[in-house]
Write a protein that binds this ligand. Structure first.
Ligand SMILES: NC(=O)c1ccc[n+]([C@@H]2O[C@H](COP(=O)([O-])OP(=O)(O)OC[C@H]3O[C@@H](n4cnc5c(N)ncnc54)[C@H](OP(=O)(O)O)[C@@H]3O)[C@@H](O)[C@H]2O)c1
Length: 335
């Protein structure tokens, strides 16, 4: 392939462990080897990208680096017959944006094993309005249902309700007829959350303090937790008999200060959810579901599209817990 110059967000390690971010020119010759070279149409901002973009070594080992765990675009070079040049494809997770240059560059080069054909029924923009956040939210909701939590069993709690995963979980649960209880630190967003299907809110102190109690009154049939820490611990303690808690995030903490009583006295199930290395058959089935019977009409309400040049400030907003919903990055706008 001819070498192409393109724009990418580059994160650099500066002196005294500070990290800087700037949009710079790159050339496709610098991309790692791989089956497919993809021209990225849209990417999206996930919490993991904000961590990679701020020097978190648990996500990205070495810098300079281009984050972006999500990308949708067109194959421009291929050595695999199932993805001919011109194919429209979707790539989320695996090592993309972690230690492989990610979707915040206008080109990526990846293994064909990481890539799906863009699902029929979802535009390129819709794919990134969902992105890893939507894919993860769908797996959380599927996890509740696969373990017997249907609307008639009772309320479902969603934590981190104004985040990407939280909001898409709310939209999916509302579409499927659940009563939704939400926890958000952004009181001013409660009216919008109500308009999207939330019926009630967790009051201050219930979940975000550290009660000495071994159990809390059983309120929830299911939980989608995106924050971890004491909030997840208290959500487990407040889950009713045979309830299911889907744990997918650590926006508050990676710790889980918990005892065994919710499990041995109420049969609460704690369900771990992962997305990056989700096996391809489950990955394809989940995206198919998101493009068909679980297709959401409200994605535009919970997302914004920004150019690559605005990404730096969006990352700061996410780290400061000031963002709302999903941020899609238009990779052609500044081209
Ligand atoms: N398991 C997986 O494969 C997987 C996939 C995707 C995401 N995740 C994880 O899921 C979490 C959410 O991801 P996201 O992309 O939706 O991020 P996001 O858009 O930044 O949402 C996170 C939300 O969590 C809440 N929050 C943030 N900091 C908090 C704190 N200190 N204490 C309590 N709540 C806090 C905020 O909601 P409110 O202000 O409304 O409370 C925030 O909007 C992250 O931890 C991410 O790493 C995991």
């Amino acid at each position: 392939m001819e070498n192409r110059t393109y724009q990418a967000l580059i994160v650099r390690e500066e002196a005294d462990q500070r990290f800087s971010r700037a949009v710079e020119s790159r050339n496709t010759v610098e991309l790692p080897p791989g089956d497919l070279t993809i021209k990225v149409r849209y990417s999206s901002l996930n919490y993991k990208d904000a961590l990679s973009a701020s020097g978190n070594r648990g996500v990205t080992r070495s810098y300079p680096h281009t984050p972006g765990i999500d990308a949708v675009g067109t194959v421009v070079e291929s050595n695999r017959k199932e993805f001919a040049p011109g194919s429209e494809v979707l790539c989320t997770g695996y090592d993309l944006g972690m230690n492989t240059p990610g979707g915040f560059g206008q080109y990526i080069r990846v293994s064909a094993d990481w890539v799906l054909a863009r699902p029929q029924g979802l535009s390129a923009l819709e794919c990134m309005q969902l992105g890893t956040a939507g894919f993860t939210a769908a797996q959380c909701v599927a996890g509740l249902r696969n373990n017997g939590v249907f609307p008639e069993k009772g309320q479902v709690l969603v934590t981190g309700a104004t985040g990407g995963v939280g909001l898409i979980a709310i939209l999916l649960l509302a579409k499927l007829g659940y009563e939704i209880h939400a926890l958000t630190g952004k009181k001013e967003r409660q009216p919008l959350l109500r308009s999207l299907g939330v019926t009630s809110f967790a009051g201050p102190g219930l979940l975000d303090q550290e009660p000495e109690k071994l159990l809390l009154p059983g309120r929830w049939a299911g939980v989608v937790d995106t924050v971890g820490g004491t909030i997840l611990a208290n959500a487990v303690k407040g889950t009713d008999y045979d309830g299911v808690v889907a744990s997918c995030g650590n926006a508050l903490s990676g710790d889980l200060p918990l005892n065994v009583y919710p499990f041995i006295l109420r049969g609460v199930h704690l369900l771990g959810i992962y997305s990056a290395n989700c096996p391809m058959p489950r990955r394809q089935a989940t995206w198919r579901q998101l493009s068909a019977e679980w297709k959401l009409d409200e994605l535009a309400t919970i997302s914004r599209v920004v150019p690559l040049s605005a990404l730096d400030q969006e990352i700061e907003r996410m780290l400061a817990r000031k963002s709302f919903g999903r941020t899609v990055v238009d990779m052609e706008e500044d081209a």
